[in-house]
Design a protein around this ligand. Sequence first.
Ligand code: ASP
Ligand code: MG
Length: 312
Amino acid sequence: MRVFKFGGASIQSIERIKTTGAILKNNTQEKMLLVVSAMGKTTNALEKVAESFFNGNQNEALLLFNRVKQQHLDTLKYITVLNWQEAENRMKDFFTEVEWLLHDKPLKEYDFYYDQIVCCGELLSTWIMYQYCVEEKLNACWVDVRDIIRTDDNFRDAAIDWAYTKQKVETEIKNLFNKYDIVITQGFIGATDENESTTLGREGSDFTAAIFANLLEASSLTIWKDVDSVMNADPRQFKNAIGIPSLSYSEVIEMAYYGAQVIHPKTIKPLQNKNIPLYVKSFLNPQLPGTIISSTLSKKLPPVIVKKKTRC
Ligand code: ASP
Ligand code: MG
């Protein structure tokens, strides 16, 4: 069993969804848990909805949310043929969850509303990805991760209840693998014991994927990105940046500590604890080897350059 994680860029358009689908089709040797983030810049758009709502601009919030809705409805319509009506009806339930809240007045703290609104991005993207798999006859199922990942109520940076989550993975996710080849679920979000939605911090989907890899004792985790591999510097700033074929867990933690934006810093520990290799690969060029992150110290690590922004 392995875990694949796809970020927002890999599903931001119909073409990209198809590219991602092709990767799934080419990787059927093992059962797979698939973690997906929100499409493109959806999380940023939903943050704006939360801000408008909290600032009392209800109409603006509804208008901004409408744009998110429309974009997802259009994508769903494009990729579904057989199952479209049913798929759209379910998608509308996700919208209703948010709209019901937007019609209220904010009485609680901002972070609470942020999580109830922003979590919708991952529910929508995974629903679309799942429908795509169904159309393509992949043997997949869709799971609301809020039924599995239990957190505390520290909204926007919630901490995982590992014991509860482990038990849910044992009793629910493992069972699904008896029936399905691919289990599709959301990155970045979870829920409290009172069924309130929570988020794990921006870019937290990598962490979700690592939690599942750990609890399922996966053979590997692959994070599919829009870069060919982990680089020794930001290629937008340094033309001569080169790819790094292999890194150790501790080297990645160190790079993240010094500010290199490699992967979400919380991702490494759950993998390191179970010695699960992490592959960073390009969804645009899946034939490239990418980077492997494991317990092995890399022999010829190039100098790693991190440019820090200074404030004047
Ligand atoms: N969608 C969330 C974000 O943009 C989580 C993620 O992408 O990992 O921060
Ligand atoms: Mg992302």
